[in-house]
Design a protein around this ligand. Structure first.
Ligand SMILES: [Zn+2]
Ligand SMILES: [Zn+2]
Length: 220
């Protein structure tokens, strides 16, 4: 059983259709028994390529999600769930057949509808901000909770309103250009064979290069 073939089958179906392939479809595509798909999926999950629920179904294959986490990402032909602000801004960089996508969400601070056309050439216009709650060192403690709290807001006033209503400490606030640069190349290679996740030191270099700073990102 080829783990990399399984990972690629999940990712390529999500990229092309916005939906994860089911067990039977994966078994047919890979020429294996359906029960071997479940066992095989545990290794990409252990390697953090996919996040599974208790039933063994794919919840997240970053930047793609299989259920609503606050973001819809619409291309000309395909509709995706974005796992978070970071993921939603990353999807256009992984789907070259789409010239751009519409990322839509609601502001957690005031419930206003927010939307941007995001492409691969430049950050979208707008004064809105992203707020990430969970520092990078703790992202994988509960990755679904982490993604659920990487959101886009009208303004820092809306971030503060949401923080006080939800009794959270402030995480990290960035503008749209910084979010776009963070998302642009983070998932490079995920749809190709042999993808390797970044080592922590490489991740820190990437964060620094896109203009992030401070202990939240593991930077001094
Ligand atoms: Zn708002
Ligand atoms: Zn995410």
């Amino acid at each position: 059983m080829d783990d990399e073939a399984l990972r690629l089958a999940v990712y390529s179906t999500l990229a092309a259709t916005g939906r994860a392939p089911d067990r039977d479809a994966l078994a047919v595509e890979l020429g294996i028994a359906a029960m071997d798909v479940d066992a095989g999926m545990e290794r990409p999950a252990a390697a953090r390529h996919v996040v599974l629920d208790a039933a063994g179904d794919v919840v997240l294959a970053h930047p793609f999600a299989t259920s609503p986490l606050g973001f819809a990402v619409m291309g000309e032909r395909t509709l995706w769930w974005g796992g978070c602000a970071w993921d939603s801004f990353a999807i256009p960089h992984l789907v070259p057949d789409e010239p751009d996508v519409l990322v839509s969400t609601r502001c957690p601070g005031c419930d206003a509808a927010l939307a941007w056309v995001v492409d691969r050439t430049a950050p979208p216009r707008g004064d809105e901000v992203a707020h990430f709650l969970v520092p990078m060192a703790q992202v994988w403690d509960d990755v679904v909770m982490t993604c659920s709290n990487q959101r886009l807001f009208c303004s820092t006033e809306c971030v503060d309103r949401w923080l006080s209503a939800s009794s959270h400490e402030r995480g990290y606030v960035m503008d749209l250009p910084t979010l776009w640069r963070l998302a642009r190349s983070w998932y490079d290679g995920r749809l190709q064979p042999g993808y390797q996740r970044r080592e922590p030191a490489q991740a820190r270099d990437y964060f620094r290069d896109v203009g992030l700073e401070g202990p939240f990102w593991g930077l001094s």
